[in-house]
Design a protein around this ligand. Sequence first.
Ligand code: GDP
Length: 317
Amino acid sequence: MSWLDRLRSGLSKTRQQLSGTAGSLNEDVREAFTRMDSIEDLEYALIAADVGRAATEEIIEDIRKNGEGRLQDALMQALTLQLEPDARRAQFRQLGFSPDVSRSKVDPKGHVVMVIGVNGVGKTTTIAKLGQYYMERGQSVMFAAGDTFRAAAGTQLGVWGERLGVPVIQGVDGGDPAAVAFDAAGARKARGTDLLLVDTAGRLHNKHNLMEELKKVRRVIDKADPGEPAEVWLVLDAVTGQNGLQQAKKFHEATPLTGVIVTKLDGTAKGGILVPIVRELGVPIKFIGVGEQPGDLQPFDSREFVRALFDVELPQG
Ligand code: GDP
């Protein structure tokens, strides 16, 4: 199955949620604003899909001001813009909705990516999928099994490493995650590996504060290899919706994020959560996941996402 088919099928629950509540999106924008029924239904549908009240109001206002033709087309355009951080919206308005603009830039700025997020969001499997993604594009990759608090995590990453042929720097269970990260960052530098993906704890069973621990991991990586980690990516489970977003804000305060990866979009009708993620964190979405297979995680493309959500073909080229 192609990525677009996986994406379309992964977003089917959110699509049903939207189309079930939104009423007619075929109406002409001007007519819709005269009668208001469709607009009210649309507002309700967007909020039910977790787009959030503030973004919903902005979307409706954008459609009222700039929309032309069919309500659905105007909605798709407004939604695509909402999925981009402010800085990129200007680019969109200037260059139009071209894929060169809408596809997330996922080449890490440096060599170390610290991956954070609470247990169960899909962090470890996401690291494995990222490893495969970058290897397929000719990069050499290493993993650091920095979640020493969840006994199975190190083993799980070890198995992935073996399967993919990726070296894994392991610590001892219950040991100091910062020590693993420090060793791994040093080893990456010494070997000249292109990319080190660092797994981190998602929960701690002793009195350590998770956020303090993550700050420490970040500091020691910088000590081992000044300037790194160049990227800190948060993995977020779409199923957790608004709760996940509140968590994300706490992580962002502790360890400023450079990107977000949203997993399990196939398991929720609330795929609209991507909008408040971008809006409230001001950070781009790098990858999205719509299933458990390696090919189910791909770079986020706002235009492609919105097209898949409404089951509309992408124009050729
Ligand atoms: P961690 O605790 O955050 O490291 O989570 P894991 O990597 O162990 O993943 C937890 C479960 O989520 C596993 O069964 C994964 O296969 C599953 N998972 C990860 N990403 C996705 C996704 O995009 N869609 C679905 N349906 N499952 C996923």
